[in-house]
Write a protein that binds this ligand. Sequence first.
Ligand SMILES: [Zn+2]
Length: 393
Amino acid sequence: MKTKAGLIVGVGVGILLLVGLVMLLRLEGPIDPSEPPHLGRFAEIPRIDVHVHVAFEQAERAVRLFRKYGGVRIALNASGGHPHGGGLEESAEIAKRTKGALLPYCLLDFSAVEDPDWLEYVDRTLKACVELGAVGLKIHKGLGLGIVLSDGSLLRVDDPRLDPAFELAGKLGLPILIHSGDPKAFFQPPTPDNERYEELLAHPGWSFYGPRPDGYGNWPSWEEVFEQYENRVARHPNTTFVGAHFGNAPEEPERVARMLERYPNLVIETAARVPEIGRHDPQKIRDIFIRFADRIMFGTDFQIGRDGSLVLGSSGKNPDPPSRVPFFYESHFRYFEREDRNFPHPTPIQGKWTINGIGLPREVLEKFYYTNAMRVFRLPHPLSVGEDGEEKK
Ligand SMILES: [Zn+2]
């Protein structure tokens, strides 16, 4: 009996060690034998990534990865937290510790809209955001697609009770990074012929098709949410909006161009949408980038969780291995900087297609990679930020 028990314990410990080793390899590398990733093949322009998600525990590692693999000297953390104990104070510490290489957006809890002290809450929260050095306010897609009011309806992006928050953000000079809606495919039946079936299988909660799971009627359509978002941008000409994910309509670049034309207070960024915009006629997208050269910023949606797990734009059930980091950046740069044809996009789970590069001219790339972000978020020159020299191993 004793030996049998010993054997079982031994095998158990062995399995645990093996699992531990596999996890360690997954989380900590090896990143790539050919590192750093051929960055020299791309434009030597410093980059500001205006849309990342970094768990506080991973701040230093994130900054190293961004700099080494993406040439990103400043990254703006859309998971910067709420002020008054909701994480923003820690984010402010991190901003100091990383010498300005990782700066936070702050968050506002829109579900408090029905509370009697809503206006007071907005006032003290946004003012604290500014005091703590938040670069802007991040609005999650939950506004429009997640926050449920006491009558069971979804809080609309253009609900007039929210107006004071958007007005005040404008007065305080806080740009608003706003994610409204989601890919159009998420509003269509999650069946095998849905082009993002694989992603919807891994994340059933991302489907906005048909009835809401809480039983209060149906999800709104993609069109309805987009209309609410446009109403919001139109209503506050003195507030700067950063339309996340290529202005929330990468499937319809003409529509995004029309909005940029109509609303001078709108700028956009590219997070997690190179796969989508890369499918269009590259000449058409190139024209938009050139025509609105002052209004489009570099963003990736690079995400690092508390345990160090990576999500590069989007992922399946499992996080992305660190070995994919160089490819993730390279395929972005290849898209923006070259006119290569039919190459793989940065985020395979978003769909089985290839993309065509838009080969932007140098002066447009400089605006796109950093000078627009410097202006919109009032940031220092990215080369003046962070520690110099080689990253520590
Ligand atoms: Zn994001």
